[in-house]
Design a protein around this ligand. Structure first.
Ligand SMILES: Nc1nc2c(ncn2[C@@H]2O[C@H](COP(=O)(O)OP(=O)(O)OP(=O)(O)O)[C@@H](O)[C@H]2O)c(=O)[nH]1
Ligand SMILES: [Mg+2]
Length: 377
């Protein structure tokens, strides 16, 4: 059969906020593109102005986004996004990244896709990425700030439904630590296939990709989950998505600006004892013919903001996207971000920052479009 008539592979890369999903999606897309295969990426968020879409598009990948709700609650939008990509790019492989606070994906996304669109897509096993430091805290192996019980409920449910549990960022781990984490996963989630990979250095990356590209999903039943607790856990997370227009008479070092702003947000959230799940920001110069951008990420209140992408040339005009998720009241997040912007503009005297949009909210209770308790036959 010609390849354009074969069903496309549909890959879901899940995991909690900040686990490394978008970085892994970018690497998988690059891996496939190098092999001459066409890819289409789908990002998702509760709000709009998505940093992940900006990050993946800047790497040159065809990317559609589903803002305003998780995949399970916007199942039809997920299918439409795939259709739009098919019209423009005809992907042989789709890679979808669900919101990091989302779970129950097998019953609400995988099974419905297989039942309703099994002729169009072969659905890959679901990978759930775990940031090792976050996982060690959630498993009780390490002290350090973490989330409250209902947020940890979601974290554990994500692992429970995973076909493949993937310890990401394993470049940060020594072998003994990797063993301890794998043993803990084996004890607490028996029978899980576990990987330790690094999207940054490439450890085990291609072997995991091969598994995702060729393996069948395991024949598990849908997750047993209490939607009340799930909804309460999600609602403990404050969400903020913003877009800011920047102009500066004196050319601005985008990397230093982003690091300084992330530091200012971090300092205030630390003072408020709010646990950061992921603060991520991009700065795209305008005009931006090359599509380049700089990005900064903070995945725990007590970590350091990291620049994942840098801009070599200084910027006089650009767009800043801010996505912040933390266990805190949305009003607090809005106040913190606005104050941080004010503090940082004092340090860059010719800089003007104009807020275009600022949405801040708690995610609404999850109401899936479909929920199938058993895999379709
Ligand atoms: N050391 C290391 N850092 C990584 C690796 N993969 C991702 N990161 C970093 O982890 C941070 C978060 O990565 P993302 O890929 O944005 O995480 P995410 O899961 O998509 O985050 P959300 O979409 O907000 O849930 C960034 O600073 C990345 O550079 C890795 O393999 N090693
Ligand atoms: Mg992401």
């Amino acid at each position: 059969m010609p390849t354009h008539l074969l069903p496309a592979r549909y890959i879901v890369i899940g995991g909690f906020l900040g686990a490394g999903k978008t970085t892994a999606v970018g690497q998988l897309a690059r891996h496939l593109t190098r092999q001459g295969r066409r890819v289409g990426l789908i990002t998702n968020d509760q709000g709009r102005n998505l940093v992940d879409t900006a990050l993946l598009r800047s790497q040159g990948f065809a990317t559609e986004e589903i803002p305003g709700g998780c995949f399970c609650c916007r199942f039809n939008s997920l299918v439409e996004a795939a259709q739009r990509l098919t019209a423009t790019t005809r992907p042989e492989v789709f890679i979808a990244e669900p919101v990091g606070s989302c779970t129950d994906l097998i019953a609400t996304v995988t099974y419905p896709l297989r039942q309703l669109y099994g002729d169009r897509y072969t659905v890959a096993p679901v990978s759930v990425l775990l940031d090792p430091t976050r996982a060690a805290r959630v498993f009780g192996l390490d002290p350090g700030s973490s989330f409250s019980t209902k947020v940890r409920y979601i974290y554990r449910k994500q692992i429970e439904e995973a076909d493949l549990v993937v310890l990401s960022k394993s470049d940060l781990l020594d072998p003994a630590r990797t063993d301890t984490l794998r043993r803990t996963i084996a004890d607490q989630f028996p029978g899980k296939e576990t990987w330790a990979v690094s999207a940054r250095t490439g450890i085990n990356l291609e072997a995991w990709f091969d598994r995702v590209l060729t393996a069948e999903p395991s024949a598990t039943a849908a997750l047993m989950i209490d939607y009340a607790t799930y909804g309460e856990g999600e609602a403990l997370l404050g969400w903020l998505n913003g877009s800011v227009q920047l102009t500066s008479e004196q050319a601005l070092d985008a990397n230093r600006f982003l690091s300084t702003l992330a530091g200012a947000v971090q300092e205030q959230l630390r003072a408020a004892q709010a646990e950061v799940a992921h603060l991520k920001m991009t700065l795209s110069p305008e005009p931006n013919l090359a599509g380049d951008l700089a990005s900064v990420h903070l995945v725990r209140t007590d970590f350091v903001p990291e620049l994942a992408f840098r801009l070599e040339d200084p910027v006089t005009r650009g767009q800043l996207l801010i996505n912040l998720r933390a266990e805190a009241a949305p009003d607090l997040l809005a106040a913190v971000v606005q104050r941080a912007l004010w503090i940082v503009t004092q340090q860059f005297p010719t800089l003007r920052a104009t807020l275009d949009h600022l949405d801040h909210f708690r995610p609404a209770p999850p109401m899936p479009t479909h929920r199938l308790a058993h895999q379709p036959t």
